[in-house]
Design a protein around this ligand. Structure first.
Ligand SMILES: Cc1cc2nc3c(=O)[nH]c(=O)nc-3n(C[C@H](O)[C@H](O)[C@H](O)COP(=O)(O)O)c2cc1C
Length: 166
């Protein structure tokens, strides 16, 4: 399986949990993402509680699939630890690693954007009573896929230029 080309956004889930050992692998891969000046400003809030899933669905209209899924990971960054303004890039790299690691372990997943939607991020930060420096970046929903769609083929030679822009 080529996890890089087979990853796709999955928004329909079958019954079944994410195994603890798989979750740990996914988080280990998340923490292997690069960060500017190696600040490792990210943290990961694992959320399995259906009551919390309902609260998240109420404040994130584009994350309704969370209601069917066994688990979500909220990727957050600590503004006090991040180098300059690189918190979003650091958290984005970790988020992408989560998606690829979940694919590698046979799960479906989807990146639900939080940053830089002010209304969503404020609502989520309030929901978890985060200290001021902790910024909600993305909500990754993970579960056994019930989606038979093919991954999109993003290959487009027109997006590549060599040496000069023309
Ligand atoms: C920054 C960002 C925010 C996104 N937010 C959402 C979201 O809130 N809800 C959702 O269902 N998908 C969301 N997506 C997933 C995109 O819709 C998806 O990646 C895109 O349509 C391409 O499809 P693919 O992931 O299957 O290749 C987001 C993706 C990114 C990178």
């Amino acid at each position: 399986m080529d996890i890089f080309l087979e990853r796709k956004s999955v928004r329909k889930y079958a019954d079944g949990d994410v195994k603890q050992e798989d979750l740990e692998y996914i988080l280990r891969v998340a923490m292997s993402a690069p960060t500017a000046r190696n600040t490792r400003c990210y943290s990961f809030l694992v959320i399995k509680d259906k009551k919390t899933h309902k609260k998240l669905a109420a404040v994130h209209k584009a994350a309704q699939m969370i209601l069917q899924a066994p688990l979500a990971i909220l990727v957050v960054g600590d503004q006090n630890k991040a180098y300059e303004q690189y918190l979003p890039q650091d958290c984005a790299a970790a988020t992408q690693n989560i998606l690829l690691a979940a694919t590698a372990k046979g799960y479906g997943s989807v990146w639900c954007g939080v940053y830089s939607n002010e209304e969503r991020s404020k609502a989520i930060e309030k929901l978890f009573n985060f200290p001021k420096s902790i910024k909600a970046f993305s909500l990754v929903v993970i579960g056994k896929s019930a989606d038979n769609n093919m991954p999109k083929d993003g290959w487009d030679p027109e997006k590549i230029k060599y040496e000069i822009w023309e």
